[in-house]
Design a protein around this ligand. Structure first.
Ligand code: FAD
Ligand code: NAD
Length: 479
């Protein structure tokens, strides 16, 4: 006899664990199945995000930023820091402790909310039935009225650079280097390449980033992307665009990378090579032939706007379905699905998904960019504020960057907000809230912001849309 649940969630990454906890909060009899094992072969909830993604990368980004500030910027503010050193094992151990505390925290939340957990692998069959195999190999049949698939994604590998134990690594390996490599190669100037490249660059590696595209960060507002490239180069990152990697040769303790660019065939030798060329949806060994769940042409589970798959009662959320591979996007999808199962009617607002690159300066945006609006032929007005004009940024000795508000030329409704600068990962939330409530640039301009704060930059950028910023001379637009 199969054990029966209202909802079975497959995957305990951010999309899955949010879904499972909310389902249980809503009174649904809920199970969550997850197969993640940590480096000690112990089950650990939280998926990619907590184990090898968002959290460990931010632990190293924050630690390395503190080192970089102490080394490069403290003297400017009258703090003399001599004899600074890096203790990589301590830094990595601190990161591991944060991860372990958080993954145990999810286990605690499951328990406290009454989610039944299964540690092992799920295979989905027709009629919402699940074949569960524990890590020890024991099998159990489970049955539910509703299934939520949240099996996430894994790194893309490229044939010229197969991952090895310690010389050619993916993002997971780049979070666990035992020492600062002298020369670090990174393939891909995407989010992971820039974040993890920044970590090791700050700690003293000579970092070379090889990016196949000619354009830098094409999804980011072009003005912001230009400023970002300028800043990263200033920090010593050697970012080579239009560089297509064709091969890698491991020789002793070094890896030689072959690549071609507009000038022809080239090569570079590194102590460690990080492959960060994207992630792909993960459905391996998940779907029995009779499951009824279909994949799209790129391997994502096919879902509609409400995250329903082609199989009745089966939903899919997070990285395994279309849309940006961001933890918070999956969390919202997971919550939406189980709330709808419980009879509520929430929707995910895909026009208001914030994105952040946690480099320094941080890059953050929500909504449409100028290049997208131009391509769609939409009429818009922009207002910008340079952080160099912010009193608080001056006080913090961190004046790089800008905030830009884009509003509809006719209605003044905010269409997008783009930021580069310190703490923009936090500031972007203000723009998301404004857009979620359909605010106009004038609404933001009429809102009171605490002084002195970096947030005032958003206020000024909104005021600049109508030519009324106070601390920058802006073009006169409206009376
Ligand atoms: P996952 O987190 O991948 O979780 C899926 C879970 O399902 C895993 O535990 C897996 O073991 C389990 N599973 C898979 N198949 C089965 C099966 N058949 N049976 C049982 N269990 C199964 N995003 C951000 O928003 N902000 C960031 O700062 C950020 N930083 C990142 C940094 C790095 C280095 C990386 C790699 C990613 C980062 N991301 C970030 C992306 C983020 O980690 C993902 O978007 C997020 O983890 C996706 O959540 P998910 O729940 O869909 O899947
Ligand atoms: P990405 O898609 O952001 O960047 C991959 C880059 O690699 C692209 O610029 C691509 O042109 C380049 N590339 C691909 N093949 C190449 C080749 N052969 N040679 C040279 N360059 C090549 O992917 P990512 O950085 O691996 O990140 C994966 C996902 O994880 C992203 O979708 C992102 O959403 C998520 N993530 C998010 C955050 C965050 O929110 N801060 C952080 C890390 C990861």
């Amino acid at each position: 006899m199969a054990t029966k649940f209202d909802v079975i969630v497959i995957g305990a990454g951010p999309a899955g664990y949010h879904a499972a906890i909310r389902a249980a909060q809503l009174g649904l009899k809920t199970a969550c199945i997850d197969k993640w094992l940590d480096s000690n072969d112990k089950p650990a909830y939280g998926g990619t995000c907590l184990n090898v993604g968002c959290i460990p990368s931010k632990a190293l980004l924050d630690a390395s930023h503190k080192f970089s500030e102490a080394k490069n910027d403290f003297a400017d503010i009258g703090i003399i820091s001599k004899g600074l050193e890096i203790d990589v094992p301590v830094m990595i151990a601190r990161k591991d402790t944060i991860v372990s505390n958080l993954t145990k925290g999810v286990a605690g939340l499951f328990k406290a909310n009454g989610v039944t957990t299964f540690e092992g692998t799920a295979i989905l069959h027709a009629g919402c039935s699940v074949e569960f195999t524990s890590h020890k190999g024991d099998k159990e049949s489970l049955q539910a009225d509703h299934i939520v698939i949240a099996t996430g994604s894994v790194p893309v590998e490229i044939p010229p650079c197969p991952i090895t134990d310690d010389l050619i690594v993916d993002s997971t390996g780049a979070l666990d280097l035992s020492a600062v490599p002298k020369r670090l190669g990174v393939i891909g100037a995407g989010v992971i390449g820039l974040e993890l490249g920044s970590v090791w660059n700050r700690l003293g590696s000579k970092v070379v980033v090889l990016e196949a595209l000619d354009e830098f960060l094409p999804l980011v507002d072009a003005q912001v992307a230009r400023e970002a490239l300028k800043q990263f180069k200033k920090q010593g990152m050697d970012i080579r665009l239009g560089a297509r990697v064709t091969g890698a040769e491991v020789k002793g303790k070094k890896v030689k990378v072959l690549y071609s660019d507009a000038e022809g065939e080239k090569s570079e030798t590194f102590d460690v090579l990080v492959v960060a060329v994207g992630r792909k949806p993960y459905t391996q060994d998940l779907l029995a032939p009779d499951s009824g769940v279909t994949l799209d042409e790129r391997g994502y589970i096919y879902v509609n706007d409400l995250c329903s798959t082609d199989a009745p009662g089966v939903y899919a959320v997070g990285d395994v379905v279309r849309g940006p591979m961001l933890a918070h996007k999956g969390m919202e999808e997971g919550l939406m699905v189980v709330e709808r199962i419980a009879g509520k009617k929430p929707l995910v607002n895909y026009d208001c998904v914030p994105a952040v690159v946690y480099t320094h300066p941080e890059i953050a945006w929500v909504g449409k960019s100028e290049q997208e609006l131009k391509a769609n032929g939409e009429q818009y007005v922009t207002g910008s504020f340079p952080m160099a004009a912010s009193g608080r940024a001056m006080a913090a000795n961190d004046t790089v960057g800008l905030i830009k508000v884009i509003a509809d030329a006719q209605t003044d409704r905010i269409l997008g907000v783009h930021m580069i600068g310190a703490h923009t990962s936090e500031l972007i939330a203000e723009a998301v809230i404004a857009m979620e409530f359909g605010a106009s640039a004038e609404d933001l301009g009429l809102t009171m912001f605490a002084h002195p704060t970096l947030s005032e930059g958003l206020h000024e950028a909104a005021l600049a849309v109508s030519g009324h910023a106070i601390h920058v001379v802006s073009k006169k637009r409206k009376k």
